[in-house]
Design a protein around this ligand. Structure first.
Ligand code: SF4
Length: 289
């Protein structure tokens, strides 16, 4: 083949066109998908539930219970223990590490399982952080699991001070809720539940802590999918409450109170529960009894 013909044949051979790249479809957000599904198939479930529970337990009005650092440490003390024991641990902290600050009044709040903290000033957090860990363990012993909780409390206080220069968490009230939650959950050992408790109770930010009572009641009624992991359940609630975020506080308090008073884990009192007409699990329990 002459060079001219070789060139011509090269020109005639069409280059294979690159295949168009398949666009990856973004995965749908599972929480938004769940909220849409609920809105479609059981549109009034959340409103009906809250209205019934408000009639039963009364309307819930937000009020601050504690300063945010105290709320965070108290929440760590409540982990895997009864709220009354956590309160005793907190009172012991105040006594062992007094700050000399002015005493504060504390409302126990509906849904809180303890007796309510007596009035008092927050502990001296620097003294708590710097205390010998074994000493702190002995102080918080009434709250239980002191070998885990004392180092966790100290690590948490250290992280806050290193990041912020002091132990105050009041700045979180100025941040958008999800950013504030991310800031808190970046501290090792602080999950979405603890972060949401602090932000909801201290600043009335529209976040929804899902503890075992909230999770149980919500799954039985059908507000949450039966198999939703607790971590995802927090975001399912945010999606469900997207059009009425101001109802986050009453949603949390009413569900937790109902879980303690009537929809208990072992023997739910379905026969006196106003949610029975909307509750598939309750109807099953009633048939079986
Ligand atoms: S009907 Fe029974 S299972 Fe359902 S929410 Fe009420 S107490 Fe719980």
């Amino acid at each position: 083949m002459t060079p001219t013909r070789a060139l011509a044949s090269t020109r005639l051979t069409p280059k294979p066109k690159p295949k168009p790249k398949k666009r990856k479809r973004a995965k749908p957000n599972p929480s938004i998908a769940w909220a849409r599904r609920l809105a479609r198939y059981r549109p009034d479930l959340l409103d009906d539930t809250l209205n019934s529970l408000s009639e039963l337990y009364g309307p819930q009005v937000w009020q601050r219970r504690l300063d945010p650092t105290s709320e965070l440490i108290l929440t760590i003390l409540t982990q895997s223990t009864a709220d009354v024991n956590a309160e005793q641990g907190f009172v012991a902290l105040r006594a062992a590490y007094p700050s000399g600050k002015e005493s504060e009044h504390h409302e126990p709040g509906v849904g809180w399982g303890g007796d309510g903290l007596p009035d008092g000033a927050p502990p001296d957090w620097l003294a708590v952080e710097m205390a010998p860990t074994e000493e702190l363990m002995a102080v918080i012993k009434p709250a239980g699991l002191q070998t885990q909780k004392a180092p966790r409390i100290q690590a948490t206080l250290r992280k806050i001070r290193e990041e912020r220069g002091n132990h105050s968490l009041e700045f979180l009230g100025e941040m958008p809720p999800l950013e504030a939650r991310d800031w808190l959950t970046s501290i090792p050992g602080i999950g979405k539940k603890t972060a949401s408790v602090l932000l909801l109770f201290c600043f009335d930010q529209p976040l929804m802590p899902v503890d075992r009572h909230v999770e149980r009641v919500a799954k039985r009624i059908g507000l949450l999918p039966a198999k939703a992991p607790a971590d995802l359940a927090h975001d399912h609630f945010l999606a469900m409450l997207a059009s009425s975020p101001e109802r986050s506080y009453e949603t949390h308090v009413l569900l937790i109170h109902h879980g303690r008073a009537i929809c208990q884990a072992r023997k739910p009192k379905c026969e006196i529960c106003p949610l029975l007409p909307h509750c598939p699990a309750g109807q099953k329990f009633m048939k079986a009894s």
